[in-house]
Each structure stands twice: as structure tokens, then as C-alpha cells.
Design a protein. Structure first.
Length: 735
């Protein structure tokens, strides 16, 4: 006996059905229509439950009654679908269209009626004679990979692509389970995410089919089309920009970064730990915002493999992109344009979510210190306090997902392998957390004011830019740029009631202290500055004066200082276009040596623009590379590839506990050939990389362009991102 007969929630085999008639009963779902957009097959539906039954009986009282059993409802629906030309069936189609519109817009078509949730069921693959599965041919034809080809080769190319795209049902089942697990982990982390469930079906050969059922979120605004600022066509370095009346907002032909999403920076730690290289997708279509908060969905590549960026990750969250273009992390740069303290909040969320991993890294005393820092952050940010108190342990998430799969094991022993896959994903997650705890160990024992003071000292002391890598987006925060000198890196220690800020390398300390003195001397408001002493040990700040010290190192004041006072020190990096004044507070006042007040208000900055620099980050980076000598200099303490230029620095003594704060520059931009001896270890090739490579080669032969490869860099397992149309039309929720 198949478990389909034992459980009416089981979705029957799709066989060769491309579409179903509206109203078809698929497991616990009433079929509304095919999944809009995307390569991955699926459908839209609503659950056949008492709420649905009440709405249906109100819409078609002559056919359905509220006191009917669910089985009677299912049977009546089948009889209507079997008579597609009847008036009753047309009524059913009208009801279905109404429910679909309500689900997508969130607006009830019948005032006072009961709301019915719309669900998107993914990974509902067709059966094939070979036993493997593949997306429908017509969906493959809509990918940019196919549409970009010459007309005469599109048809044979689609046939080739369809064959290459075949995969084992077990692989697609695993992908669905891991996406569900990752979505659940993100929810435990405190992130707003799509409500998701596992849906179960069956292939024609009796093997189980596992799908994800995702509730439609009407208010979701997907990031698709809202990214700008990538230096190259790879679309790996985008930034969210402001939109107005459906168009990207510009001032003087530059886009303005959108910093209205509250928790982007807080999401970075989880994004890195999950290792999902397709986190935003090439166009931003894999994530979005709900109101003013980041909204997570489509965690399709999380926890699938060994995390490829942990080996190069530093304690400023920068890392070296994998060499393989199919492995690069797309548009993760979106999460970096935030305060360092906000990014560190994410590390504290991980700490609270994975106490077992934390216990393997931190001593009892260190954990006590971190708990005190959580209290400091909570006092600093009520939103942080609320969020960290609702975080759930990751082992609870793991147990829940495994229990849902184990319940099916009684019906089909093949589910055991997916329980094992969840265990493997859990191990990858907790390993990532332990690794990150070690990297950020010292910084996690500092409060937000110390964290941001360190970050702003680094920005004061090193070349910075307020523009994106291509110079077309005005960012919300300064970013440190790579140069041909070892970066000045600040660290803090506690000594006898003082905070001591010292920098490395020693040879540049005098320069750094001079920059600090010059900066303070040109501030109009020097409140508390007399308490800050420069000594051979560093800048000594009485612990009780930390708020004043942190306020003194205001990021906007630093940017203004570099623009008005010290442009010669960083001629390119100090460039500040007029539109950047959006991010200045009106209280910032900077004096130049003549005593003239040049920044009484943001308006005063608008008449003192420098010429637009011709070169940006890439030129600075290229200048610092000596390919013949295999030497590379960046914002690190070491500029020789023979050493570990990616390691973080920490030191301690009996009298002081030092924490090195590495510089927040854009290392996600760095080409992987800079890795040198710190090359990442190779890991198994994934299906999508194999598909991409094989398909490129075969299509190139077809059109005779072996020497000029076709740009199919976005051809991956989630080809949804490469399609011309959105998967969900105007509502824009992802596949």
C-alpha cells in the first residue's frame, strides 16, 4: 500500500502533467495555477481547511455546505473539475481567481469575509522515463541563458540544456529539506522570514517527493532591480539604492544608498555562517524587505557544502571571494554598508542561538563578559533587546525538522537519508559558528561605543571613500579602501580604569597619532578632548569618558574633515560629492587652519566640490599588486603573501587585554588570485556548476564561438534569477 492512500496530504505524482485544471485537489491544496516565473516547477494553491470550506460555501451555496466533511468537499471539487464546461465549474474558476487576487494583494475582495492564505509550492518536478527529474522545457526556454542565443540554435540548445539539467529526485528532495532548515534557522536567529512548511508528495516510481510550501507575503518588496554600484558586470558588488516613483533616485547623476532597512547589518553574521553564495541573487531577487525590516526567503544554497569563505574571514567581516565565478557570493556587499556595532549585533544573535558552540569556544569568564555586553547593547538599542530575547536555540530547530521527517519514516524508510542530511547541515552550521566565535572573540567582549570608536579610528587613519566601487552610488557609511601601504589598524585594551587605543604597525603610529591630533584640533566642539592623552602606549581615554570619545569620532565629522581639511592626505579617498551631505548631521562643525568655519551646516558643503576622480578602488588595488613578485598589499598588518595576510591579530598580557580591529574594507571585491598561499581548499563540484560548464561548452560548439564564450555566468541551479519575468508578477515574491 502506498502512503498516498494512508495520508491525504500527500501530493500525487505529476507524471507528465504540465498544468492542472483549476480546482484540482493536490494533497491538502486546492490548485489555483502554475507557479509564476522561475525555472523550478511548482504551483499556487490554498489549503483545504475549515476556513477555505466556509469561504467556498459562501461563494457557491448551491454546491457546498458548511457542514460538509472535508472528504465531501474534496469529492465535490473533483466532480466539478471533471465537468470543465459546466456553469458550476465556471463559478469555481471565478472563486479561484478571487482567492488568488486576495492572497497576492492582501486585500479581501468580499468585505467581512475570512482571509485565506495563498501558498507557493516549489520543487514539484515532473516524472521522466529515466527516473530523473528536470524543469519543464517551456520554463528553460524563458531563461536568459537560452533567450540570449541566436534564434536558429535556441531549440537544439534547449534540448541539450534539458538533458543536462536532469537530476536525481533525492538531490531535489535534499535541496528542499535544506532550504526549509535554513529558513527555520534564520527565523530562530530573529530574522523576519517567509512562513514555510515541508510538503510531501510521491513520484510515479513510489519514491517520496519533498517540496517546500511557502506562504505568500503580500507586503513583501523584493530587492530585484534595486541594486547599483558593481564595478564589473559580474553583479557581485551591488548596493541597495533609494527609489522614488518607481525610479532609482539620483542627485547629480549618482544613486543614493538606501539605509532605511533597519537590520541589514545585523543580518550579515547569519548570511556568512550559512554560506549561501546566492544569498541575494544576481539581481537582488532572492531577498527583500517587509516595511522597514529585512525579509529573508529563498535560502536555496545554504548549508549545502563546506563554507568556502570561513578560511579567509577576518574580524571586520571581510573575506576573499572564491575563485570560481559560480561560487562567488552575489551582492553580499549590501550587508556591509552599516555601522560595525550593528554587524556585531549579529554575532551576539549567533551566540545566543548556539550556546553549545559558544561553550566550546569561550571560557566561563568570557561568557560572563559577553552577557554583560548583551546588557549594554540592550540598553543602547531597545530593538536589539527585544530581538535577542526571542531567539531560539538552533538545536531546537534541528530537532523539529528531523521530527517532521522522522514521522514519515514510518511510511517510507527512504526518509532516513534526509534526517541524516539535516544532521550534516546542523554540523556545518555549528562549525561555522565556532569558527566565527574564534575570529570575533575579543570584539564580542566590547560594547557598541568601543566597537564604533575603533571602526571610526580606522576610517580616520586610512584611505576611505563614500562612494561605491564604480563611483556611482553614494554610500551611507565610509568604506576603507585597499592601498599599497599596510593599513593602520587600531586596537583597544583596558588598563587601570582607562581605555588605551593603540595602532599597528608600530612604524605608522606617529603618523596615526598626528592624524588624530590634527582631526581633534580642527573640531569646533572639543568637549572632553582634554581628557584624552596621547602617550607612548597609545591614546588613553578614561573609561567614564568613552561616550564623549565615541561622539568625538563621529563618522560624518571624519568625512567632513577629510574633505575640507586633509584632502591631500587621501586625494581620491577623501572625495565627497555634494549629494553625500544627505548623511551629515547639522551639528558637525569643522575648522580649517585659517579658522574659517567651512561646515556649519550640510548646505555649506555644497559649494566646495572637488573634481570627480577618474579612478576608484580598482586602480588603487591594481597599483598595490606586483604580479611578478607575487606580493600584495592591502589593509592588513602584513603585505607579503608568504605570510598569513588574512589572519586576525590578538595579543594579551597580565596587565592588558588587547583586541585588534581589522579594517572594514571591501575585501569581498578582491579577486581570488590574491589569495596566494592562503588558497581555499577545493570542495566537491555542485550540480549547477557542472550544468553551467557543460552547457556553455556544448552551446559554444553549436554556434561556433569556442573562442568567444557566451556569458552564461548566471546559469546555475536556481536559473530563476536569470529569467526575464518575475516569478510572481506584480506581487514579486520569489519562487
Amino acid at each position: 500500500m502506498s502512503y498516498e492512500k494512508m495520508d491525504h496530504s500527500i501530493i500525487p505524482p505529476r507524471l507528465d502533467n504540465r498544468h492542472y485544471p483549476v480546482g484540482t485537489v493536490l494533497g491538502e491544496f486546492f490548485y489555483i495555477g502554475d507557479k509564476p516565473g522561475g525555472v523550478e516547477p511548482g504551483f499556487l494553491g490554498v489549503k483545504i481547511n475549515p476556513a477555505f470550506q466556509r469561504r467556498l460555501s459562501a461563494a457557491m451555496p448551491g454546491v457546498f455546505k458548511e457542514n460538509m466533511s472535508i472528504e465531501e468537499v474534496r469529492g465535490t471539487l473533483k466532480s466539478l473539475v471533471d465537468a470543465p464546461f459546466s456553469d458550476r465549474y465556471r463559478e469555481l474558476q471565478k472563486f479561484s481567481a478571487q482567492i488568488e487576487k486576495e492572497g497576492k494583494t492582501g486585500t479581501l475582495m468580499v468585505p467581512g469575509s475570512e482571509k485565506i492564505d495563498l501558498w507557493l509550492i516549489k520543487q514539484d518536478y515532473n516524472d521522466t522515463p529515466s527516473g530523473k527529474v528536470s524543469p519543464p522545457k517551456d520554463r528553460l526556454e524563458k531563461t536568459n541563458a537560452i533567450k540570449s542565443l541566436p534564434s536558429f540554435v535556441k531549440s537544439p540548445a534547449t534540448v541539450v540544456y534539458e538533458k543536462i539539467r536532469l537530476s536525481d529526485p533525492e538531490v531535489e528532495n535534499t535541496n528542499a529539506v535544506l532550504e526549509y532548515f535554513a529558513n527555520s534557522v534564520a527565523k530562530a536567529y530573529g530574522m523576519k522570514v517567509q512562513e514555510q512548511e515541508l510538503a510531501f508528495g510521491r513520484y510515479a516510481n513510489g519514491k517520496p517527493k519533498i517540496m517546500t510550501a511557502c506562504k505568500w507575503e503580500p507586503g513583501l518588496k523584493v530587492f530585484e532591480g534595486k541594486l547599483r554600484g558593481s564595478v564589473k558586470k559580474d553583479l557581485y558588488q551591488g548596493h541597495l539604492v533609494q527609489f522614488e516613483n518607481g525610479e532609482a533616485k539620483t542627485i547629480n547623476n549618482r544613486f543614493i544608498a538606501d539605509d532605511g532597512i533597519k537590520d541589514l547589518g545585523e543580518s550579515l553574521a547569519l548570511v556568512i555562517s550559512q554560506g549561501d553564495r546566492d544569498v541575494l541573487g544576481s539581481q537582488g531577487q532572492n531577498k527583500g524587505q517587509l516595511n522597514d525590516q529585512f525579509f529573508g526567503f529563498d535560502f536555496g544554497h545554504a548549508y549545502r557544502e563546506k563554507n568556502p569563505i570561513l578560511d579567509s574571514l577576518r574580524n571586520d567581516f571581510t573575506f576573499v571571494q572564491p575563485e570560481d565565478s559560480n561560487k562567488k557570493f552575489k551582492n553580499i556587499s549590501v550587508f556591509y554598508d552599516a555601522l560595525m556595532s550593528e554587524k556585531m549585533m549579529g554575532m551576539l544573535y549567533l551566540y545566543r542561538m548556539d550556546p553549545d558552540a559558544a561553550g566550546k569556544v569561550f571560557s566561563t569568564q568570557e561568557r560572563s563578559t559577553i552577557e554583560k555586553m548583551i546588557e549594554v547593547y540592550s540598553a543602547h538599542s531597545p530593538a536589539f533587546a527585544e530581538r535577542i530575547n526571542r531567539i531560539q536555540p538552533i538545536d531546537t530547530v534541528c530537532d523539529k525538522v528531523k521530527s517532521e521527517l522522522s514521522a514519515r519514516t514510518n511510511q517510507n524508510m527512504l526518509f532516513d537519508q534526509y534526517v541524516h542530511e539535516v544532521d550534516e547541515a546542523y554540523q556545518r552550521a555549528t562549525h561555522a559558528h565556532q569558527t566565527m566565535f574564534k575570529i570575533f572573540r575579543q570584539k564580542m567582549m566590547l560594547g557598541p561605543q568601543e566597537i564604533d570608536a575603533l571602526d571610526n579610528l580606522n576610517k580616520l587613519s586610512n584611505p576611505t571613500s563614500i562612494l561605491s566601487g564604480d563611483g556611482k552610488v553614494v554610500l551611507a557609511h565610509l568604506r576603507i579602501m585597499p592601498t599599497d601601504k599596510p593599513a593602520i589598524v587600531w586596537q583597544v585594551s583596558h588598563q587601570d580604569g582607562n581605555l588605551v587605543f593603540q595602532c599597528e604597525p608600530p612604524a605608522r603610529r606617529e603618523e596615526a597619532y598626528h592624524l588624530f591630533q590634527n582631526y581633534v584640533a580642527n573640531l569646533r566642539d572639543k568637549t572632553g578632548a582634554d581628557s584624552f592623552k596621547i602617550t607612548p602606549e597609545g591614546i588613553k581615554v578614561p573609561a567614564e569618558m568613552l561616550p564623549q570619545f565615541s561622539k568625538l569620532l563621529d563618522e560624518s565629522a571624519i568625512l567632513t574633515h577629510k574633505k575640507q581639511v586633509a584632502p591631500a592626505h587621501h586625494p581620491k579617498a577623501a572625495y565627497m560629492p555634494r549629494e553625500a551631505s544627505n548623511y551629515f548631521s547639522s551639528s558637525i562643525n569643522v575648522l580649517i587652519e585659517s579658522g574659517e568655519d567651512v561646515a556649519k551646516s550640510p548646505d555649506s558643503l555644497q559649494n566646495s566640490r572637488e573634481s570627480i576622480p577618474d579612478e576608484f578602488e580598482e586602480d588603487l588595488l591594481e597599483d598595490s599588486i606586483d604580479l611578478n613578485n607575487n606580493n600584495y598589499s592591502s589593509n592588513n598588518n602584513n603585505n607579503n603573501l608568504a605570510d598569513d595576510i588574512f589572519s586576525f591579530t590578538s595579543s594579551s598580557s597580565s596587565s592588558a587585554h588587547n583586541m585588534s580591529h581589522e579594517v572594514d574594507h571591501t575585501d569581498w571585491h578582491h579577486p581570488s588570485f590574491l589569495q596566494g598561499t592562503h588558497q581555499l581548499q577545493p570542495h566537491p563540484q555542485e550540480l549547477e556548476h557542472e550544468v553551467s560548464s557543460k552547457f556553455k561548452k556544448q552551446i559554444q560548439k553549436m554556434v561556433g564561438v569556442e573562442k568567444k564564450p557566451i556569458a552564461l555566468s548566471d546559469l546555475e541551479e536556481h536559473e530563476d534569477e536569470s529569467e526575464g519575468e518575475s516569478e510572481t508578477g506584480s506581487a514579486k515574491i520569489n519562487h
